[in-house]
Ligand binder design. Sequence first.
Ligand code: FES
Length: 367
Amino acid sequence: MSTWTPIGNAHDLQTELTHNLNGLKELDFDGKKIVLSFYEGQFGALNNKCNHMGAPLAKGKLKKGCVECPWHYWHFQHQTGEGVLTEMNRNYVANPGTVPTFPLKIENGTLFINLEGESERQKAEFKSSSNLAREVKREPGPLRVLGLSTTVMDPEYPRYSTSEDLLISALDRARAELGVETRTLKLAELNFRHCEGFYSKSERACTWPCSITKIDPNDQMIQVYENLVHWSDIVIVSTPIRWGNASSLYYKMAERLNSVQNRLLVEDKRLIKNKTAGFIITGGQDNIQSVAGEMLNFFGELGFVMPAFPYVAHSLGWSAEKMEANMDFVRSNQALHDGAFALVKRNVELAGQLVGSASGVSSVKTN
Ligand code: FES
């Protein structure tokens, strides 16, 4: 014989749920958590755990008869628990599955729930995992240097950038003199979304591959992820100084890289191993140490190691700022270009030791 547990006065619950801003109420029966809903004259009761990554559904919202999960916005029909394919999950889920439901009844004005009548959870079926989610494994071959230019500019109207010029000339030389492979990504040419703060909801909501990458097939941050996590042994980041900070595109990228660092925190899996990083920083005014300090800290937190003297920089300083002259100065200054190349070389030497011959790196001659 089934046991019915009273929840409360049906009319009062209906009023409460109708006026409650998110339209949902969390019920707790000795630790069994349920999300109660009311839509178009019907109550619904679902297990409070989302089918995706277990977020508490009661913290979400009721939208058009569906409970919307607070973490990644999957939808579940509020009475049947059936998952719905939406633009938030259709790129990586074949079937969102079904969240368990509980029978409800109203007797003499009281709403009852049958806690023993919980239906079975049907797990979500994911499409074959994205290529990005594959195991991180270094493929054999020469050392690989990724250049990341964070200079902001309109790619339709490219302009001279001191930091980008030093980066490209150093990579060209490294290819010719050190026998490494190089790739350059200019963030200004990539169309990618800002981090939307999934981490702030819960560290488990900030996933690898990034939640936004899963949602939006047009988001080009995937190129940074692919090359930084899977392809490169060495990452050289160039940035201008803007009001005492790295470029805004640098920060936009850094926020999206949280999912890389978070993988360690949540799953104890390190994505960045045996990789080195170096930085090229230029500006019209000073604040180099502060910008370098932030970049060193962040890339260290991602798992990169740095060689001795991990950045090169150039600044004219407050009293000598004259940007047209600065461009000519950097373009023709051999010492700066040599310095940028020497930075790459230090990284190549260290990465060669870290990666070792076991991974197909025969020997990297840097002298
Ligand atoms: S959509 Fe619910 S945990 Fe991701």
